[in-house]
Design a protein. Structure first.
Length: 307
């Protein structure tokens, strides 16, 4: 049985639930750090791929969490986390600590905490930012909502996957992630507008991007996604459908906090136009939504690269 406040060691048994675009490289980081990781995924073939890397794939959720000191979930949305949690609950080891690294609503994170706490377990919400590249490099920004004792127990585990920061009590990690996604969504939209304007007004859009980099407009999005837009590379890193989910969660959080976010409302509308046509494209496809508003305007000359 684990004792609150005691830091876990490399002998810690970890169960990882959800082997998708992000889960796969996150598990590989844990394995490289020396942890024993049992993995489960609804589509079993995705989990089997990691057997060669040292992970232990299993068929059922109960089998995955049985005997695990720490359970990490990386799933598509809050309702799926809730479903998986309920299925796992009877099989959890006494005193287990559950880290949900999915992006959910703050209210959902608090509910997960309540359910686990009532059963004698601990909970941390620790969503991430950095995309597939950050997951592969082990450099994810990890925003943790937890008690100081629970965070101390798993900080080393989180550090194997990126740069964790305790941002407040349970639920605060999801708030931090929403703030991150608000900035990401809005900045993607603005970078698309700037590049399309540059070309439409007769300038070389690539040269304009190069000229303004290093100034006050510099950002990771201008660097990475600005280049993606110029290349029309919309192969998924962060997907449109995930960005839309995040934008809706941001608006829900704003309503709960009695705050009006007019720019977020506009950005959400732009992404919603992509929901049916490009749901699995990279969120740099904000450019495609903008071009649809401007018939005859198309950034660059290359073909669209889509997932």
């Amino acid at each position: 049985m684990l004792i609150s406040g005691v830091q876990l060691t490399f002998s810690t048994k970890i169960a990882f639930l959800g082997i998708g675009l992000m889960g796969d490289p996150m598990v590989r980081c844990l394995l490289r750090a020396g942890y024993s990781v049992t993995i489960w995924n609804r589509t079993h073939s995705k989990a089997q791929v990691l057997r060669a890397a040292g992970a232990q794939p299993v068929i059922s959720i109960a089998e995955a969490v049985n005997g695990a000191d720490v359970v990490i979930s990386m799933l598509e949305a809050g309702p799926i986390v809730a479903q998986v949690l309920q299925e796992a609950l009877p099989a959890l080891t006494a005193g287990a600590l559950w880290i949900d690294m999915s992006s959910t609503q703050q209210s959902e994170a608090r509910q997960f905490h309540a359910v686990l706490h009532a059963a004698g377990h601990a909970f941390i919400d620790a969503p991430v930012s950095g995309g597939v590249g950050g997951a592969q490099a082990g450099t994810l920004a990890i925003m943790a909502g937890a008690s100081t004792n629970d965070y101390a127990r798993v900080e080393t585990i989180l550090t194997a996957m990126g740069r964790p920061t305790l941002v407040g009590p349970v639920g605060s990690g999801q708030v931090a992630k929403l703030c991150n996604q608000l900035i990401v969504g809005a900045t993607l939209t603005i970078v698309a507008e700037a590049l399309l304007l540059a070309q439409a007004a007769g300038a070389d859009a690539a040269a304009v991007r190069a000229a303004i980099r290093g100034g006050f407009a510099e950002s990771k999005i201008l660097e990475v996604h600005g280049q993606r837009m110029l290349e029309r590379n919309f192969v998924a890193g962060g997907q449109v459908k995930s960005q839309i989910k995040d934008m809706h969660n941001i608006l829900a959080a704003a309503e709960a906090a009695h705050v009006t976010l007019p720019v977020t409302q506009l950005v959400t509308q732009r992404y919603e136009t992509l929901a049916t046509t490009y749901p699995t494209a990279d969120h740099a496809a904000a450019l495609l939504a903008l071009e649809a508003l401007n018939p005859g305007q198309r950034l660059g000359t290359g073909p669209d690269q889509l997932s």
